[in-house]
Design a protein around this ligand. Structure first.
Ligand SMILES: [Zn+2]
Length: 270
């Protein structure tokens, strides 16, 4: 089955991963900007990273027939540095006419601090001003419910924000309804250790239905599995779901969300 991985950090993966994903049916992916494992020293570090995301990774993906899209921002971990964050936010528009950019992300919260919330909101202002889609990271484990709640409360109070243009990522059993209740898109991350396993993700689909929801591998430099979406497909098959029902989650839904971006030019596989 053809599928799309809507959240994966390919800068941390090798070309063999691209090849493996292509063999498993991946036809497109989107790569949010994230933390490198260390704090970058200057705005130029981000400028170079954004060049990698908009110039090099699309070429590497195209060499195996995968369409590569991306999202730009400074991540929540580095948002504690307010002055650097503002320099990055001011620089992002340099890249907004690159053909593979879908919007602003993954912005959000990590430890739910005041500085993170401030920089999250400044990213939202940029996205509204430039009419970009928004991809939101929600915190890990203990901070997740509170952080998701804080994000949703900030967004629902602003009438300029259209929920169908916002994706809230890394939802789990206790946060999926918080995101969905207000009409946002949401995504589940399939991780080998934390976040959702494929079977938990299918359980969640059985709880909330398959509308405005998708799954991703969030493969990065930590323990993660770039072919986690095919594992989810297998789990759905094991439980007897039709191919059309599975395709809605792993292909039709990401396409429907991404198509709202003015730059998304998806070519259907032949
Ligand atoms: Zn991520």
């Amino acid at each position: 089955m053809y599928y799309i991985d809507p959240h994966i950090h390919m800068v941390s993966r090798v070309t063999d991963d691209y090849e493996r994903m292509a063999r498993m049916g991946c036809v497109a992916m989107s790569e949010p900007a994230f933390w490198a494992g260390y704090d970058r020293g200057s705005v130029d570090g981000f400028r170079d990273y954004f060049r990698q995301l908009t110039e090099f990774e699309p070429k590497r993906a195209a060499s195996v027939g995968i369409q590569h899209y991306t999202w730009l921002c400074i991540n929540a971990k580095e948002a504690e540095n307010i002055s650097l964050s503002r320099e990055v936010i001011a620089m992002v528009p340099e890249f907004l006419d690159k053909p593979n950019v879908l919007g602003i992300g993954e912005i959000g919260l990590n430890k739910n601090t005041k500085n993170e919330a401030q920089i999250f909101w400044e990213h939202m202002e940029l996205a509204l001003k430039t009419d970009e889609l928004i991809l939101i990271h929600t915190p890990h484990l203990a901070d997740k419910y509170k952080g998701t709640r804080m994000i949703v409360d900030m967004l629902r109070d602003d009438p300029r924000i259209k929920p169908e243009r916002v994706l809230i990522d890394h939802v789990e059993e206790h946060t999926v309804r918080v995101a969905k209740e207000h009409g946002f898109w949401c995504a589940m991350t399939l991780y080998p250790v934390t976040k959702c396993t494929p079977s938990r993700a299918v359980d969640i689909i059985e709880m909330v239905g398959n509308d405005k929801i998708m799954v991703n591998s969030a493969g990065d430099w930590g323990p993660s599995n770039p072919t986690a979406v095919p594992d989810f497909i297998q789990e759905m098959r094991k439980r007897g779901y039709t191919e059309a029902k599975i395709r809605k989650i792993v292909y039709d839904n990401p396409l429907e969300f991404f198509r709202q971006s003015k730059r998304f030019k998806f070519r259907e596989p032949a």
